[in-house]
Ligand binder design. Sequence first.
Ligand SMILES: [Zn+2]
Ligand SMILES: [Zn+2]
Length: 392
Amino acid sequence: MFTDEIRLCVEKHYPKGVELRHHIHKYPELSEHEVETAALVADTLRGAGIEARTGIGGNGVLGVVRGGRPGKTVLLRADMDALELDEAADVPYRSTRPGIMHACGHDGHTAGLLMAGMVLNELKDRLPGTVKLMFQPAEETVGGAERMIEAGILDDPPVDAAFGCHLWGGGKEGTVLVKAGPVMAAPDEFRIKITGAGGHGGMPHLAVDTITLAAQVILQFQTIVSRRKDPLEPAVLSVCTVKGGDTYNVIPETVNVMGTIRTFTEEMRDFIPGEMEKVLRGITSAAGASYTFDVTKRFPPLVNDETATALARKAAEKIVGPDNVHEAAASMGGEDFACLAKKVPSSFFFVGIARDGKPAIHHSPHFQWDDGALRVVSACLCQTAVDFLHGS
Ligand SMILES: [Zn+2]
Ligand SMILES: [Zn+2]
């Protein structure tokens, strides 16, 4: 329903979408600092005649498009934050801010959802129900989605389903990737401090060697994934930071170890830290050392609802054609859209941006994609919302 109109309307708003994307890309803002971006979003929504609420859960913005007839409420989501790195991509709209870059594609999500809002606003008299347009802060760090949920964006009117998408460097330009069930991992973090009596590097028998203990712990951790858990259940345990000692002849009193745990189920999410603690307890107690172990649970695993995903798949097929909609592979990356998916039936899909057989690498200083993907992002989101409200 409305597919031809959506296409035409997306085309009409495309130049504005490109202008918005370039502006957001030129003036990127880090997580929790999306002040100018949020103001641009709110101004653009209001300029198009769309109601906008600001300052939700930090810098979050919510646009509301009310249909001409009563019905359900669907939420479409984009994220607004950039990353801490210097842009090396040779593009005319290159970042003007040293050390900050839109290297994940969130500039495209924001511009694409603004385009979708403008299109839906033009169709609203014939829409049954309400569309909420969620522009969230801090996806890359603290999880702005959770904060916006706590601030009540799923209420008044209550949201019946949520959809979102990510530009995807692993997918071919012009294609859309969808998958029901677990699609992105829970990205939890851990911090360990091993403490022992330090001492002279030449007299280790009078000290407790925290460096050797840390090395043992790290190697033993690798057997949790390879030997302790069910091999058919995916999980990653990566130690990414080891800090201990300042010089060549002093055994340090402390060694700090940090890393990430990636899992797809709540059971595995608890199992891995439990096994890590056993390793830590055993190795440190045998040597007379002590430890602290803190796990920060960031986002839950992202699990796409079957029915919502079937709807998103059909909507994408109408926009890019059935031959260009493929099954997505699950990724060990994390995504805080998962917080929405835990609360309401949801689906998160991926819009391909890879050109000439070369994947675009997210979080790389060379990350870039062609503006044309904005058409796919906005049209797919519109079609999904329209189809959901029409109960198809
Ligand atoms: Zn990212
Ligand atoms: Zn991202």
